[in-house]
Design a protein around this ligand. Structure first.
Ligand SMILES: NC(=O)c1ccc[n+]([C@@H]2O[C@H](COP(=O)([O-])OP(=O)(O)OC[C@H]3O[C@@H](n4cnc5c(N)ncnc54)[C@H](O)[C@@H]3O)[C@@H](O)[C@H]2O)c1
Length: 278
């Protein structure tokens, strides 16, 4: 089988915003859209890093915290005004959670994960929708996770946020269809980015095993037998954003080597006699 084509989609003349594009999956999504010919804006809280990456792609970078509703509205409006249009938005920014049982999960951690991962996607989706409705064209791709379809133990806030992203995607797809605007979601499986390195470290600690053993367990659980690469995810994002997918909306596409989720239940914990039960 030949390797995938270097420029699988034609996005010449398109303007795209990718959130959380300074590193990891978002950076590769921006690169893939750029290889397809799009003018890409990398939006991230880590603006210096995003700037360096944008230079290499011939795109631009903008500082954006997706949890800041007003800033999201302003950035999206200014990108559309400067370029005369906004064709593609990839809502990729999200944060992992500190692994914890729901019974121990602090309010602050729940709020932090939901704000960046779900509410940020809503703010950006809403800002994109307002512009794309007026244009009567555009494609939005939201990044969920296999956890959004099949929850993993100890990641309750993240699971809920990513399930919310799926529901938001399907709702927006219905509401924007009359305007010719498409909204789809991608559910990545495990890719060894900074985000997943932190998850692996915490999961290996919780099981009392070496991190490398955890990494190998995940690999072995993937039916196609390997961890994902950022480009595995980026190719699907670019394809969904492109005219090749112009009769697809409201779809939720898993890109995970066949892995449906990580659903193992943790063992009962040992309690002290004097510990309060709720
Ligand atoms: N890596 C995986 O295995 C995996 C699997 C499933 C889903 N995902 C999802 O893919 C997306 C990207 O993950 P990644 O692995 O590249 O993570 P990452 O941590 O390497 O990168 C996330 C990027 O988002 C940015 N970001 C975080 N909060 C932000 C905010 N409030 N506003 C703007 N930017 C913000 C960070 O600065 C960073 O550049 C996330 O939504 C993640 O949940 C990742």
């Amino acid at each position: 089988m030949p390797p995938p084509s270097p420029t699988p989609v034609d996005l010449t003349g398109c303007t795209a915003i990718v959130t959380g594009a300074a590193q990891g999956l978002g950076l590769e999504m921006a690169a893939e859209l750029s290889r397809g010919g799009a003018n890409v804006v990398l939006a991230d809280v880590q603006v210096e890093k995003a700037r360096g990456a944008a230079e290499g792609l011939g795109g631009s970078a903008v500082e954006l915290d997706v949890t800041d509703s007003q800033a999201v509205g302003e950035v999206f409006a200014s990108v559309a005004a400067e370029n005369g249009q906004l064709d593609i938005v990839v809502n990729n920014a999200g944060v992992g959670q500190h692994l914890d049982r729901i019974s121990d999960l602090p309010d602050g951690e729940w709020d932090r994960v939901l704000a960046a991962t779900l509410t940020g996607t809503f703010y950006c989706g809403r800002a994109a929708a307002a512009i794309m409705e007026r244009q009567e064209s555009g494609a939005i791709v939201n990044i969920s996770s296999i956890n959004g379809q099949n929850p993993a133990a100890l990641a309750g806030a993240y699971n809920v946020a990513k399930a919310g992203v799926i529901s938001l995607t399907r709702t927006m797809a219905l509401e924007l269809a009359a305007y010719g605007v498409r909204v789809n979601a991608v559910c990545p499986g495990p890719v060894y980015t900074d985000f997943n390195r932190s998850v692996m470290r915490q999961r290996s600690e919780s099981l009392g095993i070496e991190e490398q053993e955890m990494v190998e367990r995940v690999r072995a659980a993937v039916p196609l037998g390997r961890w994902g690469e950022p480009r595995d995810i980026a190719r699907m994002v670019a394809w969904l954003a492109s005219p090749a997918a112009d009769w697809m909306t409201g779809e939720v596409v898993r890109v995970s080597g066949g892995l449906e989720g990580v659903s193992a239940a943790p063992p009962k914990r040992v309690r002290n006699d004097d510990e309060e039960t709720v």
